[in-house]
Ligand binder design. Structure first.
Ligand SMILES: [Zn+2]
Length: 247
């Protein structure tokens, strides 16, 4: 199906009759080491969903580029939105989409800082009725097996996995010459505006140096297939919840 924002009003009416699923992309504009573009967290899920749009009937909304990037504010180029704004914004978009008659919104999220805000917005937007928001943290939920097979170092931020994905999707935006590893750890959750550079040294967590486009292709293609599977499940009216008696 075409993308939501590219349809005419009449085209939208026809397309919306064919599906109960809308897809929302949420990302971030923030530092990713010195080797990756600031828009990495919106570029990757946008690529995935635009590819999926060609193979399903689900309507794909234009991406929300900004997210909660508080942790990366010390680094040049980061644009961060406050949680209160994000929750209200996400909820407004979800409620508006639901008013058009969609039953499911699949959020393909590209950024960890957005997760709790998406959850809060979805609680608000699904109050009453049988509507559901399914939040897919794509870097974690999709392509898991492919990741396990190809990635040699830890998952992280601007690390081997994410750098590989970007080398596959937009290689011209990656500067591998400046790719450097960094890792910061604590036994506890340390929260401090003053220690953000220590919490995320160089805006990297992991080692981007072993990244390749081939590894990225394996992950991104698996992610696309799994997202299509999820949308087809929802199109059948099924919710992806497994109930196990006992455990
Ligand atoms: Zn990222």
């Amino acid at each position: 199906m075409p993308l939501w924002a590219e349809l005419t009003r009449i085209g939208f009416i026809r397309a919306a009759e064919e599906t109960e699923v809308a897809v929302m992309v949420t990302g971030a504009v923030e530092a990713h080491g010195t080797h990756m573009p600031l828009g990495t967290d919106v570029i990757l899920p946008t690529y995935i969903t635009e590819t999926v749009a060609k193979r399903t009937k689900a309507l794909v909304l234009p991406p929300v580029p900004f997210g909660d990037s508080w942790i990366f504010e010390p680094y040049q180029g980061t644009v961060s939105v406050r949680p209160v704004t994000l929750i209200a914004f996400y909820a407004d978009v979800m409620e508006s989409v639901f008013r058009h008659g969609f039953r499911f919104i699949v959020v393909v999220n590209g950024h960890g800082g957005n997760v709790s805000h998406l959850r809060d917005a979805a609680k608000r937007a699904t109050d009453g009725g049988d509507r559901a928001v399914i939040i897919v943290n794509w870097w974690h939920d999709l392509g898991k097996e492919a990741r396990r097979n190809v990635i040699e170092t830890i998952d992280g931020h601007a690390a081997e996995d994410e750098t590989s994905e970007m080398l596959y999707v937009r290689p011209e935006l990656v500067d591998m010459k400046s790719a450097q590893p960094a890792v910061s750890d604590s036994k506890y959750i340390v929260v401090s505006a003053n220690y953000r550079s220590e919490l995320y040294p160089s805006a990297v967590h992991g080692d981007p140096r072993p990244a390749t486009a081939e590894k990225g292709r394996a992950i991104v293609e698996a992610a696309i297939d799994e997202l299509i599977e999820l949308i087809e499940t929802l199109e059948r009216g099924e919710i992806p919840i497994e109930i196990r008696q006992g455990y």
